[in-house]
Design a protein around this ligand. Structure first.
Ligand SMILES: [Zn+2]
Length: 337
């Protein structure tokens, strides 16, 4: 598998945005604050790094030469005009002190007589104070300063921050483009993984590394046991909670999406795991489409739980309970959303 991080090229589906940015640079219209937004797994962070490298290079604009003093310093992690702000180790948030420190450095003159570039990733990890302290810099930035905010959850940013940034929107690549790129990343069931990642190629790679292919069978066996009353939801919830909750919830979401297609089309689609198809066959006609969609929403919420410090087993228990002697999606009531 090739290394993605650190590769100094734009990904195939980034070309349009690259052209857009290059034109802005050529026309001296480069915004001082860019918000790179879009779903997780589209390579926004990689795009930000490549742009930063290009801006700091002493010879080119967006194409870093790799050999000038600036490129060498950046590669060694010692560039004086490059700042990468992220949550500190073991922390979820970017603190106000980190942003104040950044601002203090940005107002100094560039040490390499070029741009000063700061990447803030994930920008939505900035707490309210941190976001507020950044406002003035976003409004009146020091000369030749570019701030690159990267976010998969831009709605979580304050409207005052959003309005001061120019958005670069990352969309899912065309499936063929994504699969062609994924084929170059090694051997895996990429069509299946890309579906599990809702079309985001880098997330597909991550899910593969997490063992998505192997985990699918285990999860299907667990759900089948629940459906047939051979296991209780509490013990399933306990075994599902933990470091791969995100993957488990995505897989479950895919199954329910399949169930919805089944309800509409009348035929079991490939999305529904083979192990589950026979157990579900008799109950599909009794399910209400509205309840299935509501359950799908509930799962979307559960995916977000993976990053939060909550009792995960307790949080997913209602989600799994509906499969016991079920599925009984009507058990998910509105006030649980
Ligand atoms: Zn260079």
């Amino acid at each position: 598998m090739t290394t993605i991080i650190g590769e100094s090229v734009f990904l195939p589906w980034h070309q349009e945005l690259r052209v857009q940015l290059q034109e802005a640079i050529d026309g001296d219209r480069l915004p001082h604050a860019l918000l790179l937004r879009g779903a997780r797994g589209l390579g926004k962070g990689l795009f930000a790094e490549v742009v930063a490298r290009g801006l700091l290079c002493q010879t080119n604009e967006l194409k870093a030469c790799g050999v000038c003093r600036s490129c060498v310093l950046l590669a060694s992690g010692n560039h004086p005009d490059y700042f990468h702000i992220r949550p500190e180790e073991d922390k979820k948030q970017i603190r106000v002190e980190q942003i104040r420190d950044l601002i203090g450095r940005l107002i100094l003159t560039s040490q390499m007589q070029g741009y000063k570039v700061a990447v803030i990733k994930p920008a939505d990890a900035m707490n309210t104070n941190a976001q507020n302290s950044l406002l003035k810099t976003l409004e009146e930035p020091p000369a030749k300063t570019v701030l690159l905010l990267v976010s998969s959850d831009a709605a979580a940013l304050a409207p005052t921050v959003l309005s001061r940034c120019q958005s670069l929107r990352f969309a899912n690549p065309d499936t063929n483009v994504a699969l062609a790129w994924l084929d170059g990343q090694g051997d895996a069931d990429w069509p299946q993984l890309l579906q599990l990642a809702w079309g985001a190629p880098l997330l597909a790679v991550e899910l593969d590394r997490q063992g998505a292919a192997e985990i699918g069978q285990t999860l299907a066996d667990d759900l089948k046991a629940l459906l047939e009353g051979r296991c209780d939801p509490v013990s399933t919830a306990e075994s599902w909670a933990g470091d791969q909750l995100d993957l488990r919830m995505r897989w479950l979401q895919q199954q329910v999406y399949g169930v919805i297609q089944w309800q509409i089309l009348g035929l079991a689609p490939e999305l529904v795991h083979k192990t589950l198809q026979r157990s579900l066959q008799n109950s599909i006609s009794a399910l209400s489409l509205t309840e299935s969609f509501r359950y799908l929403d509930r799962l979307q919420y559960a995916i977000g739980l993976a990053d939060r410090a909550v009792n995960q087993a307790l949080a997913i228990l209602p989600i799994l309970s509906v499969w016991a002697d079920g599925p009984r999606f009507e058990q998910i009531v509105a006030d649980q959303l």
